[in-house]
Design a protein around this ligand. Structure first.
Ligand code: ADP
Length: 340
């Protein structure tokens, strides 16, 4: 009866008898620790000292104890919270709760804080350095003062952009599970974006044009401000990384059946004929602060958060982001949104 119950529990469980030998292990435990567990002494199976100590404490003191267990399969590491609980007649039930996702989330959070601190530290160091120079050696040098103030303004603007993007990212993430409910005309949103970015394109010597073949079929359930942010980020990148004298072409097309979305969709494509992106970088481009060339991205005023923001907004709209690129030929970013 007890074994039938233990067998139905989906987490690894090992029952150790008063004689310290394993009486029973359910299937998840066999998957974690290997077969042939029954009848073996627990110390020959669970070899990690902290866990052995916890089991011994539970066996001798008849009190529950807790420990950690780490399993390594290939290069996959999993971390378990282990509870050794009294299970009557001096037996101990050892249960393993997989806490790897929590642990990974914690790790990601601390990496993120380290990245943000690093990004803020360099402009701050520059600002403090220039303040000191302006107070000391360059006090009476008006030419140097103007040049330094210009650099200081640039560094301060960089921090402002970083903080703005961080706030946008956090807002978008907090809303990610709330599906937008307004009907939006994507073609209209794109037109506004093109108008906004025309001066930037002209200033960078880039031709920017919009092809909208299916204007009457471009409505989606969306958040207009967020979609505008998506297209602005993508078009801005194409202008930035597309290089001077480049062409950035934005197109919108209706697809009556999009297999990945199981229904009709609107495709928005932003293509440039710039430097392109090597294949190994493509899967990581939407990670926060991932840049192919950090120095260059910073020089161009990038924060490394633009595509992360794009990914979260597209995911909130239950859409897809596809990136295709050929090094030296150019890149195409396609946003696919469910049509309404
Ligand atoms: P950034 O602020 O650095 O532009 P993004 O998240 O927008 O940050 O982009 C991440 C990185 O992806 C950029 O640093 C750049 O290396 C690369 N990238 C983005 N768009 C393009 C593009 N159209 N062509 C080439 N590289 C691009």
């Amino acid at each position: 009866m007890v074994q039938t119950l233990l067998c139905a529990v989906p987490i690894p469980l090992v029952l150790i008898g008063a004689n310290e030998y394993i009486e029973y292990a359910n299937d998840p435990a066999i998957e974690l620790l290997g077969s042939g567990l029954q009848g073996r002494h627990f110390s020959s199976v669970l070899r990690q000292p902290a866990l052995l100590e916890a089991i011994e404490t539970a066996l001798s003191s008849r009190k529950s104890s807790k420990s950690r267990y780490q399993s390594n399969v290939g290069d996959q590491v999993a971390l378990y919270d282990v509870t050794c609980a009294q299970a009557g007649e001096s037996k101990v039930l050892v249960s393993f709760e997989d806490v790897s996702p929590l642990h990974e989330a914690g790790q990601m959070r601390s990496d993120f804080v380290a990245n943000v601190s690093h990004e803020l530290r360099s402009p701050l160091t520059a600002l403090l350095g220039f303040i000191e120079t302006l107070r000391g050696p360059a006090k009476d040098d008006s030419v140097a003062r103007d040049r330094f103030l210009e650099i200081m303004e640039r560094e301060a603007s960089r921090m402002t952009r970083l903080v703005r993007d961080l706030l946008t990212l956090s807002r978008v993430e907090s809303e990610e599970r709330v599906r937008p409910s307004k009907t939006i005309d994507v073609a209209q949103v794109l037109k506004t974006c093109i108008q906004t970015l025309k001066p930037l394109a002209a200033g960078s010597n880039v031709t920017l044009c919009l092809h909208d073949n299916d204007q009457e079929k471009s409505s989606v359930l969306g958040d207009a401000d967020q979609l505008q942010q998506v297209f602005i980020n993508l078009i801005e990148n194409s202008i930035k990384y597309g290089g001077p004298k480049g062409n950035v072409s934005v197109s919108i097309q209706y697809s009556p059946h999009e297999p990945g979305l199981r229904g009709p969709a609107v495709h928005i494509e932003v293509a440039d004929n710039g430097e392109g992106i090597a294949q190994i970088h493509i899967p990581r481009l939407t990670e926060r602060f991932y840049r192919i060339d950090s120095h260059r991205s910073r020089e161009m005023g990038g924060t490394g958060l633009g595509l992360a923001i794009v990914k979260h907004i597209v995911s909130r709209h239950r859409g897809r982001l596809k990136i295709a690129s050929i090094k030296g030929k150019g890149s195409t970013f396609t946003v696919i949104l469910p049509a309404s």
